[in-house]
Design a protein around this ligand. Structure first.
Ligand code: C5P
Ligand code: MG
Length: 175
């Protein structure tokens, strides 16, 4: 019997001049970058939360508090690797990742393959299990006005060899 899980993640960071714009570990050429304690990789943060969420392991701030000097300017791919190790310790494997970055500019589509590759390498997943999509906010709201960037992610997890996953929550009354 197998067990399947789904996790969801979301993040936002402010845009500021003189900061790098790093998405999924890839540096994007841009006048503005993302502010934050770590490297502010909004996409990696959303995916990290989705991985943790699938196994009900809390959220990124619980595991990597932004008050901890260890995480100052750190490479957010480390958060991804760490979250994956935590769910793997519970017997889960990350099956696939789907994600969306919402950013008014610059255009990101030319970076899609590089970002997918970096995420796939980091999570040791086949490329076709990693999806990255881009949207503008149609000039509306803080993202649309170029003040921030957001990311959303969904991750599925699979655990081999566990019992029927309904069992403990919905016991069969006729059994
Ligand atoms: O937001 P909108 O629907 O107008 O985006 C159209 C397309 O532009 C997206 O599907 C995506 O491929 C691309 N895009 C991009 N970089 C962004 C936002 C959107 O490449 N920052
Ligand atoms: Mg973040």
């Amino acid at each position: 019997m197998s067990e399947y899980r789904v996790g969801i993640g979301w993040d936002v960071h402010r845009l500021a001049a003189g900061r790098p714009l790093i998405l999924g570990g890839v540096t994007v050429a841009s006048e503005f970058g993302l502010e934050g304690h770590s490297d502010a990789d909004v996409l990696s943060h959303a995916i990290t939360d989705a991985i943790l969420g699938g196994a009900a392991l809390g959220d990124i701030g619980m595991h990597f508090p932004d008050t901890d000097p260890r995480w100052k300017d750190c490479d957010s791919l480390e958060f991804l690797r760490h979250a994956q190790k935590l769910v793997e310790a519970l017997g889960f494997r990350v099956v696939n990742v789907d994600s969306t970055v919402i950013l008014e500019r610059p255009k990101l589509k030319d970076y899609r393959e590089a970002i997918r590759q970096r995420l796939a390498e980091t999570l040791n997943l086949a490329l076709d299990r990693v999806s990255v999509k881009f949207k503008t906010a149609e000039k509306v709201g803080p993202v649309g006005e170029g003040r921030s960037a957001e990311a959303q992610a969904v991750v599925s997890l699979h655990k081999l060899g566990s019992g029927p996953f309904h069992e403990s929550v919905f016991p069969n009354p006729t059994a």
